[in-house]
Design a binder for this molecule. Structure first.
Ligand SMILES: [Zn+2]
Ligand SMILES: [Zn+2]
Length: 329
């Protein structure tokens, strides 16, 4: 087929590429591209979704999503050049029926700000659930709070496409700390994960908050009650005296047996244990030199002369715990 204009070889719409390009384009986009940014969280609204992107990627995605290309134009590569004038040149590199061609589009870029739905909800104090962190018979410790914050961060990261996955308020109280969650399911997930990581029980309750479209809307409370004991504390589980080695796990200080902790009562806090050095031992007794003088404890663990150990008195006896239970944390 021949070009209707110049009589050369026709490639596109009955014309050769040169004659076609004098009359029409290979790609189209509007004159203006509007980039919408949330001033609070910095995300961009691209393809009807708020995304965590840098400006260049947001611009690129916004243009690509609006561009139309002639069906015979096979695009292989795209280049973007931002000009100081607030315009941007978009270069499409490809071929038409095997003939290499570059099509350039020039677009005006306008940045607009609009608060996203999530930030609007956060600043309005929206919440569906409160996760309360409390400890049984003691204060919530700093390391536990750190773990709680890690769990929240991890779960929010996984839920990043969920518009209600946020914490709108944190309230520190004498007895613990409260986190207000935008999504009750995220609150529930967080409370379960905390109980898994730190032990403890969850008490779930709900209160009627309002009615919406004829439905009752509830607000939930997930009260996480951390166990009375912590790793390193000495507890009594039934008749056994155990040092806590993990969530729900103890070691009997009289015979070194593993014990599952079900209803443990704290006998000695780890910070109240005393420290000393093994100066002598036989099969039954360990002698420990300490600030209190020479102490005799039940020998249950293997110890070495000169080894630093912890000990505590309970009932009429003294027990020893090797310091390896307190290493690395
Ligand atoms: Zn022609
Ligand atoms: Zn935002």
């Amino acid at each position: 087929m021949k070009c209707a204009i110049c009589g050369g070889e026709a490639l596109i719409e009955g014309m050769c590429l040169e004659c076609y390009l004098k009359r029409d384009r290979l790609s189209w986009v509007g004159d203006v591209i509007e980039i919408v940014k949330c001033p609070k969280c910095g995300r961009y609204f691209v393809n009807k979704v708020w995304k965590d992107l840098d400006f260049d990627s947001a611009l690129f995605e916004s243009i690509v999503s609006r561009i139309r290309v002639h069906p015979q134009f096979e695009v292989e590569d795209v280049e973007v050049e931002q000009l100081n004038s607030g315009r941007c040149v978009f270069r499409l590199i490809g071929n038409v029926e095997g003939r290499e061609v570059v099509d350039e589009l020039s677009v005006e870029v306008r940045v607009k700000t609009r608060t996203c739905e999530r930030c609007a909800m956060i600043s309005g104090g929206y919440y569906e659930a409160v996760v309360q962190i409390r400890a049984d018979d003691r204060r919530v410790e700093d390391f536990e709070l750190e773990k709680v914050k890690d769990v929240i961060e991890r779960i929010l990261e996984k839920e990043r496409d969920n518009v209600k996955a946020f914490v709108s308020k944190v309230v520190e109280r004498r007895e613990g700390i409260d986190f207000y969650f935008g999504d009750k399911n995220v609150g529930r997930k967080v409370s379960r994960e905390i109980a898994k990581v730190l032990g403890g029980k969850i008490i779930e309750s709900r209160k009627l908050h309002t009615r919406k479209d004829g439905r009752d809307v509830y607000r939930y409370t997930f009260a996480v009650r951390l166990p009375c004991y912590r790793v390193g504390d000495v507890v009594r589980e039934g008749e056994r005296i155990c040092v806590v080695v993990g969530v729900g796990k103890g070691v009997d200080v009289t015979n070194y047996a593993s014990v599952n902790l079900k209803e443990p009562k704290v006998v000695k806090r780890r910070e109240d244990l005393e420290k000393g050095v093994v100066v002598n031992y036989d099969d039954y007794v360990v002698e420990i030199a300490s600030e209190r003088g020479l102490v005799k404890a039940v020998k249950s663990f293997d110890v070495d002369l000169g080894e630093e150990v912890y000990y505590f008195e309970y009932g009429s006896r003294c027990y020893v715990i090797p310091s390896r239970f307190y290493e690395g944390g």
